[in-house]
Design a protein around this ligand. Structure first.
Ligand code: NDP
Length: 460
């Protein structure tokens, strides 16, 4: 077998939550589908595990997703574990020495440790062709994200850097692009002439689930909106790329994100934040966020964030994009809703018109719905609301299977390009500043309720 076909996936932070809960099961699913021929998997952390202890973790994670087959068995058999502190040069050199073929380094580490490890790697140098995979949060603001980009650029070229956004699987991206750009009928009305507003909603009933260490320093705005919601906004608003190749696709996304800002540049008016108090969500009794283990209530971390954004392009100027994300809400709701303007005139004689038509793109499950007004079954002059629905094709892989597929195939389409990561921080920074300066009160909502009360949109 030629060296070129061989790859080594080095997981730093192999004993952590991400590796065990998402990364290894994703890898198992990918291998079961036939990918990853000749892959050497190396795990590393400071834990004093041996190969067998690690092999068991890998095998259990693969079994959890019923991953079977030749590649699966081969990876389990050949995998190795090295105890190492990645902030120590000698340890990193030992890890690099395990490489067979092309090296992929997955930084499943606390973000500050990742930055230190990259600095140390800068002094060592990386083998030609090495790919680096970085988790969110990528930086803590635009300046630190740009500095991290510079650091990475000194290690490898940009198309070998993979910034993970696992919320948008390839199937979802292609579904939105296919819907928008392979249908003349829909695309021609997706603009400010016809659209009243767009809502991008990521609501979940899950609460903190023991992740205070991470979440209490992030909050809903950074955890969801700065990363995932803005990627969805870009897909909904970008102009058609001429190909789906990574460069065209990222260029189209970058253009529209550069045109995006807080409505009226007024974050004090057009953002709001809240955290849940005790209540019941999805049949579970939840303590108040402020009373959860590991939470510092004085940090005023929000579990619900909502921002109105403007996309200042010819196509979208004047259309409010309301983006919200929250925890401990009544149920899972992940969707983008395009609300069209009212018809200029509903003919006299048709009765019962009360709501404009809406296009809903659901992300979990991936589903398209069109809510329209048609003549009802009883009295034909009375309008009824009906929903036309179609399921999008589901992805073949779990999200981290898709992330790893892109990385191992060297396809950066799903990765967040460096300039786009900075741009997303630039968009939310005024909101973070306004919140830090106390310009926006931290509201409360009982867990299991629909969140803080109604919020009027611009112009209403
Ligand atoms: P954990 O705290 O669970 O794991 C961190 C890992 O890093 C552990 O294996 C730890 O092992 C290792 N580590 C820490 N310091 C060092 C060091 N100096 N040298 C070597 N290894 C070290 O974090 P998560 O797995 O939850 O998160 C990892 C990254 O993934 C973070 O950036 C997070 O934001 C991101 N992420 C996590 C998600 C999740 O659901 N968990 C979801 C999305 C992103 P040891 O102490 O033995 O060294």
């Amino acid at each position: 077998m030629s060296d070129a076909a061989q790859q080594t996936l080095l997981i730093l932070g192999a004993s952590g939550d991400l590796a065990g809960r998402l990364l290894l099961p994703g890898l198992g699913a990918l291998l079961a589908g036939g990918a990853g021929k000749d892959l050497l998997l190396v795990g590393s952390a400071r834990h004093g595990w041996d190969d067998n202890r690690w092999r068991k973790r890998v095998a259990d994670s693969f079994a959890a997703v019923r991953a079977r087959g030749r590649q699966v068995d081969a990876v389990i058999k050949g995998t190795r574990y090295l105890e190492a502190d990645v902030t120590v040069e000698g340890d990193l050199r030992r890890l690099l020495d395990t490489r067979q073929g092309c090296l992929v380094i997955f930084f499943a580490l606390p973000p500050t440790v990742t930055v230190t490890a990259c600095r140390v790697l800068g002094g060592i140098g990386l083998p030609e062709g090495t790919r680096l995979v970085l988790e969110k949060p990528f930086g803590t603001d635009a300046a630190s994200a740009a500095a991290l980009n510079d650091l990475l650029a000194r290690l490898v070229p940009e198309d070998q850097v993979f910034r993970v956004d696992h919320y948008l699987g390839m199937a979802t991206v292609l579904n939105i692009l296919g819907l928008r750009f392979a249908n003349r009928m829909l695309e021609s009305v997706l603009n400010a002439n016809h659209v009243e507003r767009v809502d991008i909603v990521f609501d979940e009933s899950l609460a903190l689930e023991g992740r205070a260490g991470y979440y209490d320093r992030a909050g809903a705005l950074v955890d969801m909106i700065q990363s995932h919601s803005l990627q969805v906004l870009a897909l909904l608003t970008m102009e058609a790329p001429s190909t789906l190749e990574a460069r065209d696709f990222h260029d189209s996304k970058a253009l529209v994100l550069r045109a995006t800002r807080v409505w009226d540049d007024d974050p004090a008016t057009w953002s709001r934040r809240a955290r849940y108090t005790a209540g019941q969500a999805d049949g579970r009794r939840l303590p108040a966020y402020a009373d959860e283990d590991g939470v510092d209530p004085d940090r005023n971390t929000e579990t619900f964030a909502e921002v109105v954004l403007a996309v200042n392009t010819w196509r979208w100027a004047g259309v409010p994009f309301r983006v919200r994300a929250g925890k401990a809400l009544p149920g899972l709701r992940k969707e983008a809703v395009v609300t069209f303007k009212q018809p200029p005139w509903v003919p006299t004689g048709l009765t019962g018109y009360d709501r404009p038509d809406q296009l809903r793109i659901g992300f979990d499950p991936d589903r398209l719905s069109l809510d329209v007004n048609i003549n009802g079954p009883a009295d034909p002059s009375e309008l009824d609301r009906v929903t036309l629905q179609a399921a999008f094709g589901p992805g073949q892989l779990p999200p981290y299977g898709e992330v790893l597929r892109g990385v191992l195939e060297g396809d950066p389409t799903l990765s967040v390009r460096g300039d786009i990561a900075v741009e997303c921080w630039r968009i939310v920074e005024p909101v973070l500043r306004a919140w830090r300066d106390g310009q926006v009160p931290l509201q409360e909502y009982p867990a299991g309720s629909t969140g803080p009360g109604n919020w009027p949109l611009p112009g209403t």
